[in-house]
Design a protein around this ligand. Sequence first.
Ligand SMILES: [Fe+2]
Length: 163
Amino acid sequence: MTEFSKNKISRREQIEAKVCDILSEISSPTERIRSTAHLFGTARMAVLIAKKRGLDEDLAYLAGLLHDLRRFMTGISKEHGPDGAALAGSLLDSTGLFTKAEREMICGAIYFHSEKDRRHLPFDELLKDADILDRMLAVSYEKMTGADGERAKRLSLEFLSRS
Ligand SMILES: [Fe+2]
């Protein structure tokens, strides 16, 4: 791809294409569909939360899209925050279209996203909440326990309660 044609495609589309390429390597159709649904679902939930909380929607979408890619690619859950942040950083760098600050925001949120029992910066919390919100809508959130359950309760008040 030439520099000219590359720049005509938005940076979001470039990352989406890279994510889809990696996900297409997952051999089990069920796992491939589940993984794709969770990444795109979390990306959209991240935009919803960003709109509500006044955070950057574009970066939120990309953090959601990239957050579990490494875990789905390797099947390894241990340390998938830090490892996932490293993979996300290399994909963002490969486009040459992200500033250092944007890269740090996305990768920082991915780095910490498994630590649902702790509080980090607002953008980090956005990604943790988007991850939970997507799972809440895919599975019954009453089944979520511990730190995930506490977050699910807070999110259901913020987004799902009838006023
Ligand atoms: Fe996730």
